[in-house]
Design a protein around this ligand. Structure first.
Ligand code: 9GP
Length: 839
């Protein structure tokens, strides 16, 4: 490949290549060229979407040079590679991020302005690939950004869902789901690679046969075969030449038509196989933290895992590496249990298809995998009924039995015949029906197991995975989550980025620890003034979005108190709304009350089948309706629910927050990552001692964090002594009033039945202990209001929050994975022009 001129500016001295040059004139020319030759349009006819596509292709061209070079260098050097297996990648829009990472945001903005176009409008045209539910999928996306930025050879493997997470509409206060047709207008970021398609088997039976050496092996005779087609997307690192690959698999039928059926005149029957095969990757399951036991979901999991492992084997063969070195070539990370079937699949591939013996195959397998656990919630722990498992993956079940038998022998050897312990550790759950326990398979088949925040890792070892911890404590570790400052500060909050950079240079974008250097300005009145001004402008921006999308007008000078995340009982959006009702009642009782004006902003999706979560959305909107139109309240309190929370919609939110709500019941939120995005953008946190909140509080200082509520130990102790939520209600007049209003139809046009399920749940069971945490929460919110009135103090706290968030960059997290788990090194990529020094 001839490397064209890369760095040339439009000096007139050198001519830039149209597909790699980054000068403004070249970008304009390339953009118009793509508009014509790719979109088939010229400016008079082009729509905004055409312009977006033309720009996307212009940027993609610049990525391709790096992508192809990266692949060439990895192949040439046979680099050790991280394979990140995840059923979800919530990438968010690519264009803005690529502009930042390529370092051409300003040039492109200028080029568009000169063409009389608005870059912001074009960015807004991108349909984001919503291929994830929430935290877990977004974490995978942040990790890909950091892996590329740290120049670590990486392949992200997942599923190319045709329909990602549903779009959320709010109708009459209720969530309504709409199919996410993100591929409708084409996806300029991906390239299909049908030449690397693989076959994936399902169902059928196994049989023994003798191989050429006369040894017995097992053969799997499947009931059906599906093709996996890879679609590759380049993932560019920040200001490096590394462009890694996200490889997502689409299911297709091996033959589009069943010609026998067709010849019999059964046209519909003939396309049947095509339809059922393609159903496999049609839609993302929209459940966050609950598994559903559905056959199609297990099929999806096995499908992408098998595609990924076969692809890795293909790469090994192409690089002429012996399969015995599989674990040296690939470090494979299991993002939760969704890809855990990989343990059995790698064994099957090595044993059955490559005729390896059990012991070496098992050693390779264990050395290959690492397993990240993301939740302690029991309803999220995946287990598959033996009936389903054996009908879909008969060979894998045999392998799992064998793994289990050998593992339990070792347990017996270490602990003797403690049947209770053996039953608890077994890969097969025999308590109530028979199930394969995927977390157990992941633990036994991996050499490292990690939680995602210090408390979560500790609880894993003490509770959910205690028996495994006792058996192989050396496997356990913690790696606290992180988020990428490129998307979550630089792209989302350009004004703050400029201010920080003007003070300390831009090294902090790659080394977030460096942002600490702004601490010296925390009490500087001039810096504080600018900090406040930026926050205000970001709030004005969100106020405009809210007005446009919900019709609610909010005051940008009020305290923006924000809770955005999936709607879930354990995250306790309903505790937040109890605070809203309490403030409302206080103002109603004392109309002249001088309170700190607040705007409460909520956003988030509920799983479509999660009734109580949907009722919480309805409650938020119902309270909003009453509060926002009450003239006595005025601008002192507003409640708004912003519909369709996704990566794109979230980007303006974090920079506009004064207060970040992280109020889960202690011990329930594994880590949280929104908490990090808010604090990086200068929001103060009101939170419980849960997940990464604890580490955020330690980092920013207890005096810069609003802490309230039960600890994990308190929660356990209270449950043991008998928790009686109704007593809190009866003894607390404010709480009683708020609950009674919900129950009496005050917020539901007199309908007493609407919120009854929620009220009954809170008073009788209250599994997430809102009643116990209510008063401490209200008191803490009172402190927030007081502190907000002390402008200088608040600004100082806000600056210190940003300054002390260095630890929570995903770069730090990825460095830890590289050192502790993957043992991989950076492989820098040079472009040929740089190598020869002629660029
Ligand atoms: O609930 C956790 C969340 O706390 C964490 O930040 C995120 C990334 O590690 O994973 C979430 N878990 C899931 O989405 C499903 O286990």
């Amino acid at each position: 490949i001839q490397e064209p001129q890369l760095q040339g500016q439009d000096t007139g001295m050198q001519c830039e290549d149209d597909r790699t040059g980054i000068g403004v004139e070249t970008l304009k020319r390339a953009f118009l060229d793509n508009l014509f030759y790719v979109q088939g349009k010229f400016p008079a006819l082009a729509t905004k979407h055409d312009y977006y596509m033309a720009l996307a292709y212009t940027v993609r061209d610049r990525l391709l040079q790096r992508w192809v070079n990266t692949a060439a260098i990895y192949t040439q050097e046979g680099s050790r590679t991280v394979a990140y297996l995840s059923a979800e990648f919530l990438m968010g829009p690519h264009l803005g991020n690529n502009l930042i990472n390529l370092g051409i945001y300003n040039q492109v903005q200028q080029a568009m302005t000169e063409l009389k176009l608005d870059l912001k409008e074009l960015l807004a045209k991108e349909e984001e690939p919503g291929l994830g539910n929430g935290g877990l999928g977004r974490l995978a996306a942040c990790y890909l950004d950091s892996l590329a930025s740290l120049e670590i050879p990486t392949l992200g493997y997942g599923i190319r869902y045709e329909f990602g997470i549903f779009d959320q509409l709010i109708r009459n206060g209720w969530q309504v789901e709409k199919t996410d047709k993100w591929l409708r207008y084409g996806n300029p970021w991906e390239i299909a690679r049908p030449e690397w398609a693989v076959s994936v088997k399902f169902g059928g039976r196994t049989e023994a046969h003798k191989n050429a050496q006369g040894r017995y092996r097992v053969r799997w005779i499947p009931h059906k075969v599906v093709l996996g087609i890879p679609y590759d997307t380049p993932i560019l690192g920040y200001k490096v030449n590394t462009a890694n690959t996200l490889r997502l698999w689409k299911a297709e039928a091996p033959e589009s038509f069943d010609f026998e059926a067709f010849n019999r005149g059964n046209y519909y029957g003939a396309v049947d196989q095509k339809v059922t095969s393609e159903n496999l990757t049609k839609v993302l399951y929209p459940n966050d933290e609950t598994y559903e036991g559905k056959q199609l979901r297990l099929e999806q999991q096995y499908f992408f895992v098998s595609c990924a492992l076969q692809d890795m084997l293909r790469i090994m063969l192409r690089q002429k590496l012996p399969l015995e070195q599989f674990h040296e070539k690939f470090a494979v990370q299991l993002n939760d249990t969704h890809p855990a079937i990989a343990v059995a699949e790698l064994m099957r591939l090595l044993l059955d298809e490559h005729e390896m013996d059990w012991e070496p195959a098992w050693e390779i397998t264990q050395k290959t995998f690492g397993y990240t656990n993301h939740t302690l919630l029991p309803e999220a722990l995946e287990k598959w009924s033996l009936k389903l498992f054996s009908s879909l993956l008969p060979r894998h079940l045999e392998i799992i039995y064998e793994i289990n038998w050998r593992f339990l022998e070792q347990v017996r050897h270490k602990f003797g015949t403690d049947e209770g312990r053996i039953g608890r550790l077994s890969l097969i759950d025999e308590n109530d029906g028979k199930f394969v326990r995927m977390a157990h398979l992941a633990c036994v088949g991996s050499h490292k197991i990690n939680g995602v925040a210090a408390l979560h890792s500790e609880l894993l070892q003490k509770t959910t995975l205690l028996d495994f911890y006792e058996f192989f404590p050396e496997k356990f570790t913690n790696i606290t989550n992180g988020v990428t400052p490129r998307r979550w500060i630089v792209l989302s909050n350009p004004k703050l980025t400029n201010l920080i950079t003007s003070c300390i240079g831009d090294n902090w974008i790659k080394h977030l620890e460096d942002v600490q250097r702004i601490e010296t300005y925390a009490e500087d009145p001039g810096f504080q003034q600018e900090w406040q001004q930026i926050k205000r402008e970001n709030k004005v921006n969100v106020a405009e979005i809210l007005l446009d999308r919900t019709g609610v007008k909010v005051d940008p000078d009020s305290l923006f108190d924000i809770q955005v995340k999936r709607i879930h009982q354990y995250k306790r959006q309903h505790l937040n709304i109890l605070h809203a009702i309490t403030l409302y009642n206080q103002i109603k009782q004392n109309p002249n009350l001088d309170i700190t004006p607040r705007t409460l902003i909520f956003a988030g999706k509920a799983a479509p089948g999660y009734y109580i979560a949907k009722l919480i959305i309805k409650l938020i909107n119902s309270v909003a309706e009453v509060v926002n139109k009450d003239r006595d309240i005025g601008d002192r309190l507003k409640v708004v629910f912003l519909p369709d929370y996704n990566v794109k919609n979230s980007q303006p939110i974090y920079p506009a927050a004064d207060l970040s709500e992280q109020i889960s019941t202690a011990g329930k939120e594994a880590s949280g990552t929104g908490n990090m995005k808010f604090a990086m953008n200068g929001a103060l946190t009101i939170g419980t001692l849960d997940g990464a909140n604890i580490e955020i509080r330690n980092a920013v200082g207890a005096e810069n964090f609003f802490l309230f509520g039960l600890t994990t130990e308190d929660v356990g102790a209270l449950r043991l002594t008998g928790y009686r939520p109704r007593e809190y209600y009866e003894q607390n007049p404010q709480l009683k009033q708020a609950i009674d209003q919900i129950a009496s139809g005050y917020f539901s046009h007199g309908d007493r039945s609407l919120f009854k399920p929620l009220v009954d749940l809170l008073l009788d069971k209250d599994p997430f202990m809102l009643m116990a945490d209510y008063q401490p929460y209200i008191d803490c919110q009172q402190q927030v209001s007081q502190t907000y009135r002390d402008r200088d103090r608040w600004l100082q706290m806000s600056i210190l929050n940003t300054a002390r968030m260095g630890k929570f960059s995903s770069d730090r997290a990825i460095r830890e994975y590289c050192q502790q788990i993957w043992k991989v090194q950076p492989v820098p990529v040079q472009l040929a022009a740089e190598k020869t020094g002629d660029g």
